[in-house]
Design a protein around this ligand. Structure first.
Ligand SMILES: O=c1[nH]cnc2c1ncn2[C@H]1C[C@H](O)[C@@H](CO)O1
Ligand SMILES: [Zn+2]
Length: 364
């Protein structure tokens, strides 16, 4: 067996994975939501049964509407308003990712969502970092090595992006590696917050922008050419700029630019099926985009809402597109190359962890 062979389900579980697009408030364990809600007397959960709650989130999110999908976050955000709750959620996030084989993760969250009961931005950010630190240490005890870094999100519909961006600069290399802007796409173009992106560029800070998920090419164009995004969160609609009618696919100007400049696409297939950006895994553009050698990265987006994991995302790609070990290794290396940590540290994970493990597991 070799890198060009097909991995088994069990091997997919074990290969090292890298994750660039995962929301902290979209990945809580159902049991934790229930426990935290009971502690604070939050009464609005649809059920107190963890299995039923998991199903409720998934079904509510299978609405083919990004707006409805985002409404479910009211419950997770409600139970994350204290330092202790944030630490617990972040700790469990790091542990769950490590158990899934993730060796490097950038997990994002919007500090402005967790200040309803008086926490400051600094307290939210420090609690998140503390939680990851504890989770990384616990995972190490299980023999699982993972590195977790934070991205801080501004929200398109609100006006706290500048404050969030300033926190990214303040906590640079202290647990935070970049900025993102999330929230509903339609009606809230990122150019509304252009000053913030200009500030981040002036500060040499890294940022990605959610674009081309619910809304098409113009939003991807704006994110890259007006705002200056280094990576695109989702970007799945770039497929609309590729003409598949002839014998070979023909890339339009924006698709060519993105591929030529090696701009990373943070693709999240399961999330897209739920919000309606793709109908089935087999029809998801990730297959074509990977074949055309865009810088494709594979991600979970919201593990709770999508009932997913990196193992599941990889398994779906293997089943739908006949991906081999080499394809899984490529998206993993793409993620590391596109990460916001220093260059030598990316290389070290690729050379010392990812490549040796893929070589060993694919040779079994
Ligand atoms: O896929 C998404 N698109 C846009 N916004 C999203 C997506 N997933 C989560 N969010 C929002 C809801 C969260 O509260 C926020 C920060 O994690 O980001
Ligand atoms: Zn997202």
């Amino acid at each position: 067996m070799s890198l060009i062979s097909m991995p088994t389900d069990e091997q997919i579980k074990r290969v090292p994975k890298a994750l660039l697009h995962d929301h902290l408030d979209g990945g809580l364990r159902p049991q934790t939501i229930i426990e935290l809600s009971q502690k604070i007397g939050y009464k609005k959960l649809p059920t107190q049964d963890p299995e039923k709650l998991a199903i409720w989130f998934e079904e509510a999110c299978n609405s083919h509407s990004l707006v409805r999908y985002l409404e479910t976050f009211a419950h997770t955000v409600a139970v994350m308003q204290t330092k202790e709750a944030i630490i617990q959620v972040a700790r469990e996030c790091a542990i769950d990712l490590a158990r899934d084989g993730v060796v490097y993760a950038e997990v994002r969250g919007a500090p402005e969502l967790f200040i309803e009961q008086g926490l400051t931005f600094d307290q939210v950010i420090e609690a998140t970092t503390e939680g990851y630190k504890q989770g990384v240490a616990e995972a190490a005890k299980e023999g699982k090595k993972i590195r977790v870094e934070s991205l801080l999100c501004g929200l398109r519909q609100n006006d706290k992006s500048q404050q969030t961006a300033e926190s990214v600069v303040k906590y640079r290399n202290k647990g935070v590696v970049g900025f993102d802007i999330a929230g509903p796409e339609d009606g809230f173009p990122p150019t509304k917050q252009l000053d913030t992106f200009e500030y981040l560029r002036k500060e040499n800070a890294h940022f990605t922008i959610h674009a081309g998920e619910a809304y098409g090419l113009p939003s991807i164009w704006e994110a890259i050419q007006i705002c200056g995004a280094e990576r695109i969160g989702h970007g799945v609609r770039i497929i609309d700029d590729i003409d598949f009618s002839g014998s070979t696919p023909k890339l339009g100007p924006l698709a060519s630019y993105i591929r030529d400049r090696r701009i990373p696409l943070e693709l999240c297939p399961t999330s897209n099926l739920q919000t309606g950006a793709a109908k089935t895994y087999a029809q998801h553009p990730i297959g074509q985009l990977a074949k055309l050698r865009f810088r494709v990265t594979l991600n979970t987006d919201n593990r709770l809402m999508s009932n997913t994991s990196m193992t599941n995302e990889m398994t779906q790609c293997v089943k739908s597109f006949d991906w081999k070990f080499a394809d899984l290794q490529r998206v993993t290396i793409n993620s590391l190359k596109s990460s916001f940590i220093p260059f030598e540290e990316r290389l070290e994970i690729i050379e010392k962890i990812v490549k040796p493990a893929y070589a060993a597991i694919s040779a079994e």
